[in-house]
Design a protein around this ligand. Structure first.
Ligand SMILES: Nc1nc2c(ncn2[C@@H]2O[C@H](COP(=O)(O)OP(=O)(O)OP(=O)(O)O)[C@@H](O)[C@H]2O)c(=O)[nH]1
Ligand SMILES: [Mg+2]
Length: 334
């Protein structure tokens, strides 16, 4: 299961209480205050991990608590500190405070560590409160509470190129053709239910990453179909390939499909709508009426978008598309 959004509750350890004690020993009359300090509560860190691809491990385990500090003891003994804990998150996870909505951290590197909740300080024992006028203080502090938060974690896959389009447009077929990804492909809509990533080799030994996401339909921004929540996975790409089925098989109008998807992208975010886009006419091997591809091409030209025609089945036009996409990925800053 692909889980890309979870809300969790974390609670760093409370500090231990300071102790109230006096030194009592044979031959040491009025030994003075000797209450030790409470130990520090444990912290909670998040750590970027390449061994996790989803947030699934939080779905079944949404509460995490670090150890509390032990209380201070007599003879000036400080309590032991609470254990800190580390929570692994996939690289690409964005951490928000669920209550304020503030962005706390964005994990972009493996092994990156981020302190999400600080443990409470231990309270001071009465040993600290002796003064010239009060040699037998009874004051001692309670431990401070550890930070407690509700966090919203969002996973945004890190891909260079995103595939968008109607269901059945041929997105998964294309990614399976140009990379080693093996997504499910079938001639019914909504075959793809979770994003797939594929690594595409470039001629110069370099690679770029393509994300295939579930198809969009009209009203996706209002939750129709599978909705638009998967679009966040292509938010960070440098290039969108907008696939449009121009064959008669679809029983749809390529031009109106194209415009509908543009509108959905816009309602998701203006940044996404402004992203560099190639328009790709798909299933050319079975397209009968050339006018359908032509009208799409004109619409692309009017918007200044590069246009390609491919058949992912025969492979025609695919390498030109990959080359142009690679060029764009290399040109655009990360
Ligand atoms: N003839 C032909 N069929 C194609 C081509 N590309 C894809 N198809 C077929 O179109 C159907 C849908 O392809 P998919 O790749 O699953 O489409 P998708 O865009 O991933 O669809 P969703 O996952 O539902 O959004 C499958 O039956 C494919 O075999 C093509 O270039 N030529
Ligand atoms: Mg698919």
């Amino acid at each position: 299961m692909f889980v890309d959004e979870v809300t969790i509750r974390i609670k760093a350890g409370d500090g231990g209480n300071g102790c109230l004690a006096f030194r009592r020993e044979k031959f040491v009359p009025r030994g003075g205050p000797s209450g030790g300090d409470g130990g520090r509560g444990g912290d909670i860190y998040m750590v970027g991990s390449i061994h996790h691809n989803t947030l699934l491990h939080f779905r079944y385990n949404p509460e995490h608590t670090a150890g509390r500090g032990r209380h201070g003891e007599g003879s000036n003994r400080t309590g032991r500190s609470g254990e800190s804990i580390e929570l692994p998150v996939p690289v690409g996870t964005v951490v928000y405070d669920a209550d304020s909505g503030d962005l706390l951290h964005d994990f972009t590197h493996p092994d990156e560590r981020f302190l999400v909740a600080r443990g409470g300080r231990g309270g001071r024992g009465n040993q600290h409160f002796a003064s010239s006028t009060n040699q037998a203080p009874t004051h001692h502090e309670p431990g401070h509470a550890g930070e407690e938060k509700r966090l919203r974690l969002e996973l945004k896959l890190l891909a260079d190129v995103g595939l968008v389009g109607f269901p059945n447009a041929g997105k998964s077929t294309l990614i399976s053709r140009i990379s080693a990804a093996k997504p499910k492909i079938a001639d019914y809509p909504f075959t793809t239910l979770e994003p797939n990533l594929g690594v595409v080799p470039m001629p110069d030994q370099r690679t770029f990453v393509v994300a295939d996401i579930p198809g969009l339909i009209e009203g996706a921004h209002e939750g129709h179909g599978l909705g638009i929540q998967f679009l966040r996975h292509v938010e960070r790409t440098r290039l969108l390939l907008h696939l449009v089925d121009v064959s008669e098989m679809s029983g749809r109008e390529p031009l109106s499909d194209f415009k509908i998807i543009l509108k959905e992208l816009e309602s998701f975010s203006p940044q996404l709508a402004a992203k560099k886009m190639f328009v790709v006419a798909t299933k050319m091997d079975v397209a009968q009426d050339p006018k359908r591809a032509q009208s799409l091409q004109r619409a692309a030209r009017r918007r200044g978008l590069p246009f390609f025609k491919i058949s992912a089945v025969t492979g025609k036009g695919v390498s030109e598309l990959v080359q142009a996409a690679a060029g764009e990925v290399l040109r655009a800053p990360a």
